[in-house]
Write a protein that binds this ligand. Structure first.
Ligand code: GLC
Length: 630
């Protein structure tokens, strides 16, 4: 092909992509910024930015765009299995990540989330979520070239790559913030700055506190500039003013710059906070969804292979819109964390009662999603907040506050008879709210069982961990294995000796990867870590074979009539897969007729690849049983 004809092809392709998503992009942006005198200029600047980003996009990635246009359901497929890790804690530096990919491949991983890797502020950076430069990689981890190489190596191995994009705030050391601080009015408008505390106080009346224990309040006063600045999270994280179209432009530029490095999934950090409205909690306001719809359209135009994972850790009813409800259906997040599934897993495990879980998952979650699915998980790098509403609790006859308190007490280990070892996080003296930190294995009972040398309890803990992973592998969505969970790493209390992070108990579940333990797995096949590793690998491998676990297949919660048994059907066109989980340490069972009545044909468990019916016609469910029956 002569060079100008390929250029022509590229330019025309861009125009087609722009046409496809023009209404989504400008239909949304007009609502937010259309009233401004500079709107037309803004719109022009945005198109120029999209075009320039497309032109700069490496050809290799344009082929990826094509491939994903042809297979737009790639992220919904059952062979998508995710793994989330801190680069330093997992591999040391970015250039060493490729050496670890064979290990992940062995586990069945096809998606990796590299935890915050852009240049953070010096000192405490909230685990990397306080970014001072979005165009550079954290120098302690490597360079942008390294990141590009890692992405390309992952692609060669059939893995997709996710990184974080912190949209709500920058570090106060970011160039924009420094200029704002020095008095540049253009940049002051990038943030929320107030000359006195009248307006902050008015907002504060309805805001909640995210880090009440160590970063109380939502505003910070800076004497040098005599201004109050909006700081929802930590003092060093300055909230961006998304009502300023320049912020939209700047962050879109960042987004597409990262997309062009080969990233497939952008995890949009804390999007709930993007829009502020007096008299509200300033979370999940309608404009947030308008913004996310527009950002999604921008990616679709200039980097179509890229999808968005939205991190909205909110109650169930508030969470669904992040996957596109109403006019945003199919056009907002492609992925969002299933925070409720995670919370309900731990809740049912402690209570040995799946009533609340069934109620919440049935009431608040649609059976199918358009062009979207969940990121399912048991643990991540953050704490667990007990996002159980008073209304949902009341619907199953319990007190919301009482149940949330029970869960905190259970998981910090103070509740009598608890199997768990966790740490409290951000206890809010005013509301009584207590969040929980802790690794999967420690929360599931392994730490205590090992200390007690109790073989039965060790077995139970291993089964809890595996049941949880079977659950997140079958519900629908990409199951995310959190680094170290596959080898049952326990809590790491070492963070308490580091003054910079000692106040943040989330570090208890951010251990350094134990490669020695990995090396020894084969020598000690009966150890809890080997059983977890092999069990999890088996779950992920089996999941990949079950067509009914595709993210587009409806999920329907089923009533089992057993207090401790949770069940749902994946209603595949070829017949249902009925997934059943025993949340108790007791044997129980369900009659064969229960399965047959719900569409099962063979009473064959896809997980163990064996029949599940016993001689008396029932289906026995051992402690923490997990079965995927067809
Ligand atoms: C997200 C991150 C969390 C961080 C917060 C502020 O919730 O997961 O770790 O503290 O955003 O950036």
């Amino acid at each position: 092909m002569p060079p100008d004809s390929s250029q022509d092809f590229n330019a025309r392709l861009f125009e087609m992509r722009l046409d496809r998503s023009r209404d989504d992009l400008f239909g949304m942006l007009k609502r937010l910024y259309g009233h401004r005198p500079d709107y037309a200029r803004f719109a022009e600047q945005l198109v120029a930015l999209l075009r320039a980003s497309w032109e700069a996009r490496p050809e290799r990635l344009k082929w990826r765009d094509m491939a994903r246009d042809l297979e737009p359901d790639w992220f919904q497929r059952p062979d998508m299995n995710g793994y989330v890790f801190y680069i330093d804690r997992f591999a040391g530096t970015l250039d060493l990540v490729p050496e670890k990919l064979a290990y992940l491949e062995k586990l069945g991983i096809t998606y990796v989330h590299l935890m915050p890797c852009l240049k953070p502020r010096p000192g405490d950076s909230d685990g990397g979520y306080s970014v001072m430069d979005y165009t550079e990689v954290n120098p302690a981890l490597g360079t942008m070239d390294d990141l590009e190489r890692v992405a390309s190596e992952c692609h060669d191995r059939g893995m997709s790559v996710c990184i974080d994009l912190v949209l709500n705030h920058t570090a106060k050391e970011h160039d924009w913030a420094m200029k704002a601080r020095a008095g540049d009015e253009h940049y002051r408008d990038y943030y929320f700055m107030f000359v006195d505390d009248t307006i902050p106080k008015a907002y504060e009346a309805t805001l909640v506190e995210i880090f009440p224990a160590n970063a109380p309040g939502n505003f910070t006063y800076y004497e040098d500039m005599d201004r109050w600045v909006w700081t929802t999270f930590n003092e060093h994280q300055w909230d961006l003013n998304w009502s300023n179209p320049q912020v939209f432009l700047e962050m879109t530029k960042v987004m597409l710059f990262l997309a062009n490095k080969g990233v497939d999934v952008l995890r949009l950090d804390a999007p709930a906070f993007l829009w502020k409205r007096m008299g509200t909690r300033c979370q999940s306001e309608p404009e947030v969804h308008v913004l996310l719809h527009a950002l999604r359209a921008a990616s679709r135009i200039a980097a179509p292979a890229v999808i968005h994972l939205e991190e909205a850790i909110v109650g169930p009813a508030e969470m669904m819109p992040y996957l596109g409800r109403g006019e945003h259906d199919g056009k907002e997040g492609n992925l969002a964390y299933h925070n409720s599934l995670m919370v309900q897993f731990w809740s049912a495990l402690a209570a040995r009662d799946v009533g609340l879980m069934s109620h919440v998952l049935e009431t608040h979650f649609p059976k199918v999603l358009t062009n979207a699915t969940y990121a399912t998980y048991l643990r991540c790098h953050d704490d667990i907040g007990w996002a159980v509403t008073d209304e949902d609790a009341a619907a199953v006859g319990v007190s919301g506050f009482g149940h949330r308190t029970f869960l905190s007490d259970f998981y910090d280990g103070t509740f009598p008879g608890s199997f768990s070892r966790g740490a409290l996080f951000q206890v809010n003296a005013a509301t009584g709210d207590k969040r929980i930190s802790g690794s999967t294995a420690s929360l599931a009972g392994l730490e205590q069982a090992l200390e007690a040398g109790d073989a039965g309890e060790i077995d139970a803990a291993v089964d809890r961990i595996l049941m949880g992973h079977a659950l997140i592998a079958s519900w629908g969505g990409i199951p995310l294995v959190y680094m170290g969970d596959e080898i049952a790493l326990l809590n790491d209390y070492g963070y308490r000796d580091h003054p910079e992070i000692a106040h943040d108990s989330r570090w208890v579940h951010r251990p350094v990867m134990d490669w020695e333990r990995v090396a020894n797995l084969a020598d000690a096949p009966d150890s809890p870590e080997a059983r977890v590793f092999l069990g999890l690998r088996h779950i992920l491998a089996r999941r990949a074979q079950v067509a009914g676990f595709h993210g587009a297949v409806p999920t329907e919660v089923l009533e089992t009539g057993r207090k401790g048994v949770f069940a749902f059907a994946r209603r595949a066109p070829t017949g249902p897969v009925i997934c059943v989980y025993n949340f108790t340490e007791d044997w129980t069972g369900l009659p064969a007729s229960w399965f047959l009545g719900r569409g099962a044909k063979r009473l064959h468990d896809l997980l163990s690849d064996a029949p599940v019916q016993s001689d008396d016609g029932g289906v026995p469910l051992p402690p923490y049983a997990r079965v995927w029956v067809v």
